[in-house]
Design a protein. Structure first.
Length: 692
């Protein structure tokens, strides 16, 4: 429904057109057709909108004469005089408050109002379309657009004046409120400006509030990001200082795999600083997906609106959607460059960063798609990795309590140990369990179902309950080595453990990490090796980075697949992955260990770089006696003391087997099972160890 003010605008636009059109032009014909159209209820309703014009409009010829067009113009001028005292409607008031806040001129307001009404009022849209595109044939051939010439006619301005107000450096365009398509000259507005005319809150004149989206609060706490405390605290100080001195061009990049909490961190940071976080470039209130160009517009608009606000932050999720490197595509042998107007020039995008009036937080999963020239303009970049187990346990404890799920500390610790689930998954699983009326079992079922999709379930890998380091046979006393490392307090060291399967290599590293108070990150060959050239090296680098970010003890299992002798290499990538490992071993500041069953296959240069090299072997008779007592609770038969290839792993396997078949107290049956484990092993040839 038209407001009285909108009828005033229609009269003004019609009067300006009638005054400018030549009676022989197609637009003049379109004007008269629109006025005389019997289906147009504007003039032929029960209550006419324009009485001065309606009295003779029905007598106009379909093709007007010069006199008739002059009479139409005079009648429309009288209509404009009649509307002179009409006050602004709500949308007009909001628009003028917005213009005052960002210093727009009267002409800027007129242009912006025309664009806004064309986008939100169907009567005005149809009027302009019908007049400037007379026939249905034309309308199917040409897309209806508003350009500077059309705008000049509707507002009674010169085309040059309109072009100056729509120049790339003009306030309208620089603010992001208006956009110009440089190919066809189409003029548009940022989509969220429509809220000024469509928002149903009739008590609010604050257009800035309507145009900005406040990010919802996070359920996480500052302590949930303790695993990145160094970077977290630096960002807090940096943003606080920027807000205090109104510094421009402060950009923070948060990057890392999906689900690591980048967006949630931004929300928690804003809450801690006591400022408002505005999210930019997300779907509009109608739910429509936004194009890159529209997201870019909204960023510019938000920057302009917050230019004088010292109590706000900007959040732009998925930075790569806006600043992806422009790479040419190839179809059927033809090279096609990406559209420059979608991404903007380098100078333009650089200015978006350098001139940002409010601190801006950017998130991205993978930085490789963004040009280096943009990344180097960041004030600080923080990589978010999956949270450590202690952080996960605290998150689970908080979420379980928040949703009223009965659980104790052990339940939270078990969930943290069994799943590398991010806080978002934890919140979703506990919320779903509450809705279903379930308890801790329902939480576990829920998170397990999601873990299959996102690969966050981990096999239980702690130190076994019956583990005893004295049961490890090695060329270096494992107990004394652990005591020395713990006592020294030095964390920059590396170990290489070599020996037959089951001798306790990985378990000993976990025991050592527990003594040092560190969590373990264990990487298997399948986690690191890739069929793509260069990706194995990237995976190796990422493993070291993950260990550094989470302050963890890094283990590479089956290291002979990664560190084999370069003299035997046949391909360049076989050498480069060994070189990558050597590089990171030199600079890594935390404990790092490799385990292998085939120490003789390792690259000599790599082997020399390990601080500690330990060879594990089969159990000695006294260790066999102690292991049997530990695992089964009574003395062993003498005949198994002569077995030469028993390992602690064999005892663990036989213990599980005997419990299943009900023979855990049968000394003879246990001895037979241990012998069977030894017989199942491949024959031993030659000596083993690093000196073999």
């Amino acid at each position: 429904m038209l407001s009285t003010y909108e009828r005033k605008l229609i009269a003004t636009y019609l009067a300006n057109m009638a005054a400018k059109f030549h009676y022989r032009n197609s637009e003049a014909v379109g004007l008269v057709k629109w006025i005389t159209d019997r289906d147009n209820r504007i003039f032929h309703g029960e209550k006419t909108m324009f009485p001065h014009l309606d009295s003779f409009a029905r007598h106009l010829n379909e093709t007007p004469t010069e006199d008739q067009l002059r009479m139409v113009a005079q009648a429309l001028q009288r209509e404009c005089v009649a509307f002179k005292t009409v006050k602004y409607d709500l949308a007009a008031k909001r628009l003028r408050n917005l213009a005052q806040a960002i210093c727009l001129s009267t002409t800027d307001i007129d242009i912006l109002e025309l664009l806004l009404r064309y986008s939100t009022q169907p009567v005005i849209e149809r009027m302009i379309d019908d007049i400037f595109y007379v026939s249905a044939f034309e309308r199917t051939r040409y897309r209806v657009i508003l350009n500077s010439s059309t705008i000049a006619t509707l507002l009674n301005l010169s085309p040059g004046d309109v072009q100056r107000h729509l120049d790339s450096e003009s306030p309208l365009v620089r603010s992001g409120l208006a956009t110009i398509d440089r190919e066809d000259g189409e003029v548009g507005i940022v989509s969220r400006l429509r809220r000024v005319a469509t928002d149903s809150d009739h008590t609010s004149l604050d257009a800035i509030r309507l145009l900005l989206d406040v990010a919802p609060e996070s359920e996480l706490e500052w302590e949930d990001f303790e695993h990145i405390s160094k970077g977290r605290d630096h960002i807090e100080r940096l943003i606080a200082g920027a807000l205090q001195c109104s510094a421009s061009g402060v950009n923070i990049l948060l990057y890392g795999p999906p689900g690591t909490g980048k967006t949630e961190f931004c929300k928690v940071l804003a809450k801690r600083l006591g400022v408002t976080l505005y999210s930019v470039g997300e779907s509009d209130r109608e739910g429509d997906e936004m194009t890159r160009r529209e997201r870019q517009q909204e960023l510019r608009l938000t920057q302009r609106l917050l230019a004088k606000n010292q109590n706000s932050l900007i959040l732009f999720d998925e930075m790569d959607d806006l600043f992806t490197s422009r790479v040419g595509l190839s179809f059927f042998g033809m090279s096609i460059s990406s559209n420059s107007r979608n991404g903007g020039s380098k100078v333009y995008t650089h200015q978006l960063l350098e001139r940002a009036p409010a601190p801006t937080l950017w998130t991205i999963n993978d930085t490789s798609s963004v040009e280096r020239s943009l990344l180097r303009r960041m004030s600080y970049a923080l990589e978010l990795s999956p949270p450590s187990m202690s952080v996960r346990a605290r998150v689970w404890k908080t979420q379980l309590a928040r949703y009223g799920i009965e659980a104790d500390a052990d339940d939270a610790s078990a969930l943290a140990r069994d799943f590398t689930a991010t806080p978002g998954i934890a919140a979703g699983a506990t919320a779903a369990a509450r809705i279903a009326g379930g308890g801790i079992d329902a939480v576990r079922i829920g998170v397990q179902s999601i873990s299959r999709l996102v690969s966050c379930e981990v096999p239980p890998e702690g130190v076994p309950q019956l583990f005893d380091p004295t049961l490890i046979q090695a060329n270096t006393c494992p107990v004394k080595l652990a005591e020395s490392l713990v006592k020294s307090g030095v964390l920059k060291f590396s170990l290489c453990l070599q020996g037959p399967p089951g001798t306790g290599k990985s378990t000993y590293i976990r025991y050592l990490a527990e003594r040092l108070g560190l969590e373990v990150i264990q990487k298997r060959t399948s986690d690191l090796l890739s069929k793509w050239v260069g990706e194995t090296e990237t995976n190796i680098a990422n493993a070291f980075k993950e260990a550094r970010n989470t302050n963890s003890f890094l283990i590479f299992d089956e290291a002979d697949s990664l560190l084999y002798d370069r003299k035997l290499a046949q391909r360049s990538w076989e050498v480069s992955q060994v070189n990558e490992m050597l590089t990171w071993m030199e600079v890594h500041q935390l404990p790092f260990a490799c385990t292998t069953n085939f120490g003789e296959h390792l690259d000599g240069a790599t082997l020399r770089r390990f601080v500690f090299k330990v060879t594990l072997d089969y159990l000695q008779p006294e260790q066999i006696r102690a292991a049997f007592q530990t695992y089964f609770g009574f003395a062993p038969p003498e005949r198994i003391l002569n077995l030469t290839n028993l390992t602690p792993g064999d005892f663990a396997v036989v213990q599980r087997k005997s419990e299943i078949i009900g023979q855990s107290d049968d000394q003879g049956a246990l001895a037979e099972m241990l012998c069977a484990e030894c017989d199942a092993k491949p024959g031993q040839s030659g000596s083993i160890g690093f000196l073999a």
